[in-house]
Design a protein around this ligand. Structure first.
Ligand code: FDP
Length: 370
């Protein structure tokens, strides 16, 4: 080997050593930031909590881990979106609901399906990006009891402008016989039958938040070790917040009760915070309190957001954290019996005190003509 090549090799190993030392040091910072406690990874937390599940066979544990792996892969692509030719619209054009599919939407969808296929813990999926349900071939003789629904990349109209986006998921126990394929009815279950639900927010840091119906916990991705680490234990939503979140550009298209409520928020000096990426808005509300509204508009008379893979999982999380979620007919979102896979819904979700406040406006004004 020439002296030149030798030098390059030795410089490279020095750089690798320095990077490894820095990663270890950064990791140490994280240790001390977690109040001196040992880091608890998502995998460890899921395994430890397994005994809390009604059906503790390890299947649900496997599923949550599959979703965690998919989230890391999607995170990697989202983070380099500006560097490679992956932003922008996909060649496939519009999806079934007429939205222009984004390249990262397609990528995220594929990765989730791939990861859920690997372990064989999931027998079928339904996704915002697929018109129908997709049965997953069994792995060996394994008979899976679970179906998973997801929005692979919520808020995707924000991707090209570097605004946070998210993945939302909901897990149900199938109702059909395990010996045959899953059916659409396995997915058309009310939200209160969810076994687990969560989201991954690809933001300034990447965080995975989930519930299995026993509280809500958040795990921040530590890129130096490539693990989601417990960072938000037992999240509780404040009774009241100081912000409201709604696309106020549609003000003139909202019904009277919504306009009156928005006027009330302004009178109360609540701040308006609307990212336009539902996962991000809900994440802020989970931490700081507040209210998120997407009522009917003339364009979306039944509301814009999807009941099964947006409203239901986020409602379960918010309720589990002590919040409330209803539609503008004042029905609890989790009790709505779905009739279609891609059904839309209106939603009012957030701090319990603020949802009750809005409820009073609906009761008072909704009978009045526009
Ligand atoms: P997007 O269309 O970008 O996927 O899921 C739909 C959603 O985003 C939500 O994330 C977001 O809160 C909402 O739509 C934004 O809709 P508007 O642009 O109509 O406000």
């Amino acid at each position: 080997m020439t002296p030149f090549l030798n030098q390059i090799q030795s410089e490279t190993s020095t750089t690798i050593m320095a990077t490894a030392k820095k990663a270890a040091a950064d990791n140490g910072v994280l240790h001390s930031q977690t109040s001196g406690n040992r880091i608890i990874t998502l995998d460890e937390f899921i395994i430890r909590s397994e005994k809390d599940f009604d059906y503790a066979t390890g299947e649900l544990t496997g599923l949550l881990r599959d979703i965690g792996v998919a989230a890391k892969i999607i995170n990697r692509e989202v983070n380099k979106a500006g560097l490679v030719n992956i932003v922008g619209e996909a060649d496939s054009g519009e999806n079934h609901s007429g939205d222009m599919q984004q390249k990262l939407d397609v990528y995220a969808n594929e990765k989730l399906i791939e990861c859920l296929q690997n372990s064989g813990e999931c027998c079928a999926i339904a996704s915002e990006e697929n018109t129908d349900i997709l049965n997953i071939p069994p792995v060996g003789s394994k008979k899976s009891h679970y179906v998973v629904m997801f929005d692979p990349l919520d808020g995707s109209s924000n991707i090209d402008v570097n605004v946070s986006v998210g993945t939302i998921f909901a897990i149900y126990r199938r109702e059909s016989d395990v010996s045959g394929p899953a059916t659409k009815a396995d997915f058309l279950q009310a939200g209160n039958k969810q076994i687990a639900a969560g989201y991954v927010l690809y933001g300034t840091s990447t965080i995975l938040v989930y519930t299995t119906g026993r509280g809500v916990n958040g795990f921040t991705l530590d890129p130096s070790i490539g693990e989601f680490c417990l960072s938000h234990r037992n999240m509780r939503i404040p009774e009241h917040g100081q912000t409201y979140s709604v696309n106020q550009g549609y003000y003139s298209k909202f019904d009277l009760e919504m306009r009156r409520y928005i006027d009330h928020c302004s009178d109360q000096n609540y701040g308006l915070r609307y990212i336009g990426s539902m996962v991000s808005d809900i994440h802020r509300i989970l931490i700081q309190g507040g209210i998120f509204l997407y009522p009917s508009t003339r364009k979306y008379p039944k509301g814009k957001l999807r009941l099964l893979y947006e409203c239901n999982p986020l409602s379960l999380l918010v309720e589990q954290a002590g919040g409330k979620a209803i539609n503008t007919q004042l029905k609890r979102i989790l009790e709505v019996e779905p009739t279609e896979l891609h059904q839309r819904s209106t939603i009012v979700i957030g701090s319990p005190g603020m949802v009750d406040e809005l409820k009073a406006f609906i009761e008072r004004y909704s009978a009045l003509p526009l």
